[in-house]
Design a protein around this ligand. Structure first.
Ligand SMILES: [Zn+2]
Length: 536
């Protein structure tokens, strides 16, 4: 846009971009009507509301209009928008609906990351998401994790037939043949142990427990001359029989098939085949794997340790608690948080705390928060305070407009009365025309204000959706990857302070240690957010 440079000179302004997708048909209609598309006017109104709220000034600097044809997925305008964000020309992007920009959660999260890196806010009206507020930022990630959760459950439903087979008969469902087992030719659906391969499986489990390293286990297996399962595909092609790689070893070590189970609806159930590994060994290996936190292959960044509370957790002395880790006797690695001041100059004596423990305590609290309607209502009310203020402003505006409209009408009526007495004064006629024009303008402004109010009301109703979303927090969290969990933590928790005998927690910048009024006297003092010994 030509006037970009001029506007960029004013630092306080938020430079907004609107992204709308319009069908070619709708474009024609809009052109004829000489008006903006309905999506665009909705977005523009949101910007006006933002400005009414202050303190920042938001300004629409560019509108990206994608003519959407279902076949065209190149989305040239969207690419152009991303380039503008990349160049720092845009500091907020408004959408009508998220499904218009991204269909996969992975995509969406990458996109959000991109916007964040470039300090660009991200607003989607339909989902009531506004990343310029803490709630919006949190909901965005929560929705992402939830969508993944839903997709996983849908996939389970599709496998229902196979699952039924597993549940009713404990029969093998098929899938990739496992090292250590053969299919019983006389009894299809039952796996029988293969004595030679069984040795490899046992060796893998024991070696990992000894070394605590997937890399080392992989190396030792290959060195011993062991190879992956050799089998024939349905088309008769020879498969497998190769050297082990790290992800293959990880898959093997986490495969519940080796303890005599098979998967059904996301759960591992007892199957008919004989286990190759005893439960205790399997459990020990899983525990060690969890402690070492093996990052799933194919991840963008391979951070070995993810600390959910990084930058959030504070020591009682006021210093931050720094992530740290050390290696245990059996090769496992343990994550800790430790007081920065203690490490710097030894003037604090707080003990370090096991990361798993403190993260579990806070996760449990967040889950309980999401399941406590009264507390949740309080938090949401606080977080949506802006909405209420905005409604107040709009109501005032509507009333002022209405008063003006009424007085204009009265003036018109008296002038009409005057003219009815037979006067032919041109100045009175001119004044009347002027008033009629004003009246029409006021009528328009009043309609707009009322429309805005209605919308705002809808948005407040959307808080119920937010509530539903939060109520799913436990599910979403269970499904989320470590990095998603970290994002959820970072967005939801403002800070947490580790005291001697309690952990205090603030979510959305709202301190939960202050007794929320909604709970006063309801059930005595709810103490879950101040309970608990955090030190192991
Ligand atoms: Zn300290």
């Amino acid at each position: 846009m030509a006037n970009n440079e001029k506007r960029a000179a004013m630092p306080e302004k938020k430079k907004c971009a609107l992204y709308v997708r319009v069908s070619t048909l709708m474009q024609d209609v809009d052109k004829e009507a000489g008006s903006l598309s309905s999506q665009e006017s909705l977005l523009r109104r949101y910007v006006e509301q933002k400005n009414a709220l202050g303190p920042e000034t938001w300004e629409v600097v560019e509108v990206y209009r994608e003519s959407a044809s279902a076949k065209d997925t190149r989305r040239k305008e969207f690419q152009r928008l991303l380039r503008a964000v990349n160049d720092g020309r845009i500091s907020a992007v408004l959408f009508c609906k998220l499904d218009r920009i991204s269909r996969s959660v992975g995509d969406l999260l990458r996109l959000v990351e991109f916007f964040r890196e470039h300090h660009c806010e991200f607003i989607s009206l339909h989902e009531n998401l506004d990343t310029s507020g803490p709630m919006g930022r949190f909901m965005l990630v929560l929705f992402g994790a939830l969508a993944e959760f839903e997709r996983a459950t849908t996939a389970e439903r599709v496998r229902e037939k196979m699952a039924w087979r597993a549940q009713v008969a404990g029969l093998w469902n098929g899938g990739v043949p496992r090292l250590g087992y053969d299919h019983d030719p006389g009894n299809k659906g039952v796996l029988t142990p293969n004595t030679q391969e069984r040795l490899i499986v046992e060796t893998a489990f024991k070696t990992y427990l000894r070394t605590g390293s997937i890399r080392e286990t992989t190396r030792l297996l290959n060195e011993a001359g062991y190879r992956t399962k050799k089998y024939h595909s349905r088309r008769g092609l020879s498969q497998g029989g190769r050297r082990f790689d790290k992800s293959g070893v990880h898959r093997l070590l986490t495969d519940h098939v080796y303890v005599g189970k098979q998967q059904h609806n996301g759960q591992w159930l007892a199957a008919q085949h004989q286990p190759l590994i005893d439960e205790a060994l399997f459990r020990d290996v899983q525990a060690l794997l969890a402690r070492n936190h093996v990052v799933r292959p194919g991840r963008r960044r391979t951070t070995k340790h993810v600390f959910l509370l990084e930058g959030i957790l504070q020591c009682k002395c006021g210093a931050s608690m720094t992530p740290t880790w050390s290696r245990g006797r059996h090769g496992g690695e343990y994550r800790y948080y430790d007081c920065r001041r203690k490490r710097d100059d030894g003037t604090c004596n707080a003990p370090r705390v096991r990361a798993d423990d403190i993260e579990n305590i806070i996760t449990q609290r967040l889950i309980r928060l999401s399941e406590d309607p009264a507390l949740l209502a309080h938090v949401l009310e606080q977080a949506n305070q802006g909405n209420e203020d905005q409604r107040e402003t709009l109501r005032d505006k509507t009333n002022a407009l209405l008063a003006k409209y009424t007085s204009t009408n009265t003036q018109i009526a008296s002038l009409v009365d005057f003219l009815a007495t037979g006067s032919t004064s041109t100045s009175v006629k001119e004044r009347l025309t002027e008033l009629e024009g004003q009246k029409a303008e006021l009528q328009q402004a009043l309609d707009n204000a009322r429309e805005e109010l209605r919308e705002l009301k809808d948005r407040t109703a959307n808080i119920d959706k937010t509530k539903e979303g939060l109520a799913q927090f436990a599910n979403a969290f269970a499904q989320a990857s470590m990095e998603q969990r970290k994002q959820l933590f970072q967005l939801l928790v403002d800070h947490a302070v580790l005291g001697d005998d309690k952990v205090t927690l603030a979510v959305f910048e709202i301190d939960l240690n202050e007794k929320p009024p909604a709970l006063e006297g309801a059930r005595g003092c709810p103490n879950w957010w101040t309970e608990g010994d955090s030190n192991p």
